[in-house]
Design a protein around this ligand. Structure first.
Ligand SMILES: *Cc1c(COP(=O)(O)O)cnc(C)c1O
Length: 407
């Protein structure tokens, strides 16, 4: 049959854009012979078209789309059977942390949070599991979010493989256009496509990619059994978003780079984290494990975080911004600023956050694709307003204290 420009699914009308097959079920011509598609939970042509594009983007054997990033994370972690161990880092996505800490134990799987910059500690955790005959998975994110630590994915994957452990890498922050976890040794690449991949903050979606047929078969079976495949309309929006992935990443990368440099030189900023800055402790690792397909400046990623040393100042800056919405998430066309400890990472208890080096005054900036100078001007203005506000508050407090002493 004809296949209007999108190869993998047939379309008698040759539409130039993949059609939206918004249907839950498909008719059988012969009730004794299952058609190619019978029920959308199990398969849908719009989803097939999306997954073909994801395979091309990742350069892998198979990709599966899910209703959310967390559905993808939990399905990947589900490769570890009861009695197994998942070793993850200290600075991990809040939702993943919640899943590992509060759901996995009920499934009979243990998790451990290890400092992943300490190879000996990772080796010890995985050696322990192996000695006890327990299946293990090393679950990595790089750069981490919101601390933006960079892990050497290739060497960590090799270390885990040598100990018989599975390796999963959550690459939501970078996307496969910039970083390809499977080529660095991972068994499974995980993405929250709610972020850059679909890219317009109007879809929740997740992706798992892998090269091993047995792993792909297991993941696809679970997805169908658990009913977590991405519905057709979301697949269609995701396909539309993918068309501009490279353009969006390029502009967001330029914006992140310019913002990181502005913050780095700002007198009210105590520290800046951005893997694209030469001063980032693992800048070289970041450059070695990323691709410049969407432009050199995308290699540092698009997230920037900074501290001011004063949570009041950080809060006032975020509130004074006009071109950055105060919202969780990242990777949309619009810019966001957030205080992770009060927002995306609030589900991690405060003691654990502090132990993991997530100070309350940490601000995360996720630039969108707006004009660069507009964003820089807005940041400069917000710092001026915030600094004045804090100064006035301090003066008022001092005055009130004086009055009280007199009275
Ligand atoms: C957002 C995010 C997730 C979860 O994705 P959802 O689509 O929100 O379920 C997982 N990992 C990372 C790194 C994320 O940023």
């Amino acid at each position: 049959m004809a296949s209007g420009g999108h190869g993998c699914v047939s379309d008698p009308y040759e539409a130039s854009v993949v059609p939206l097959w918004q249907t839950s079920t498909f008719c059988f011509e012969d009730p004794t012979h299952a058609p190619e598609y019978d029920y959308t939970r199990s398969g849908n042509p719009t989803r097939t078209a999306l997954e073909h594009q994801l395979v091309a983007l990742e350069g892998c054997r198979g990709s599966l789309s899910f209703v959310t990033g967390m559905a993808a994370v939990s399905t990947a972690v589900g490769l570890v059977p009861a009695g197994g161990l998942v070793v993850a880092g200290l600075d991990i996505y809040g939702g993943t942390s919640r899943y590992l800490d509060r759901v996995l134990p009920e499934l009979g799987v243990e998790s451990a949070n290890v400092d992943l910059s300490d190879a000996a500690a990772v080796a010890a955790a995985l050696d322990g599991a192996r000695a006890a005959g327990r299946p293990a998975m090393l679950l990595l994110e790089s750069p981490t979010n919101p601390r933006l630590d960079v892990l050497d994915l290739r060497s960590l994957a090799a270390l885990a493989k040598a100990r018989g452990a599975l390796v999963a890498v959550d690459g939501s922050v970078m996307t496969p256009a910039v970083q390809r976890p499977l080529e660095l040794g991972a068994d499974v690449a995980i993405y929250s496509a709610t972020k850059h991949l679909s890219g317009h903050s109007d879809v929740t979606a997740g992706v798992l990619s892998a090269n091993d047929d047995e792993i792909l078969r297991k993941l696809a079976f679970r997805r169908n059994a658990q009913g977590t495949a991405l519905p057709p309309f979301e697949c269609w929006l995701f396909l539309r978003g993918l068309k501009t992935l490279e353009l969006r990443l390029a502009r967001a990368g330029d914006n992140a780079d310019a913002i990181a440099r502005l913050l780095d030189a700002h007198p009210l900023v105590r520290s800046v984290r951005y893997p694209g800055l030469e001063s980032h402790p693992n800048h070289d690792v970041q450059m070695a494990q990323t691709l410049a397909l969407a432009g050199e400046k995308t290699r540092g990623g698009t997230l920037v975080s900074f501290t001011t040393g004063d949570v009041r100042l950080s809060r006032a800056v975020v509130m004074a911004l006009e071109r950055f919405s105060c919202a969780v998430s990242f990777g949309g066309t619009g810019s966001y600023a957030s205080l992770p400890c009060y927002m995306s990472h609030a589900s991690i208890p405060k003691e654990i956050r502090e132990a993991r080096g997530l100070p309350d005054d940490l601000v995360r900036i996720s630039p969108g694709i707006e004009n660069t100078q507009d964003l820089l001007d807005d940041l400069t203005r917000a710092f001026d307003i915030a600094a004045k506000q804090i100064q006035e508050e301090d003066e008022k407090a001092k005055e009130a204290e004086k009055q009280q002493r007199v009275a």
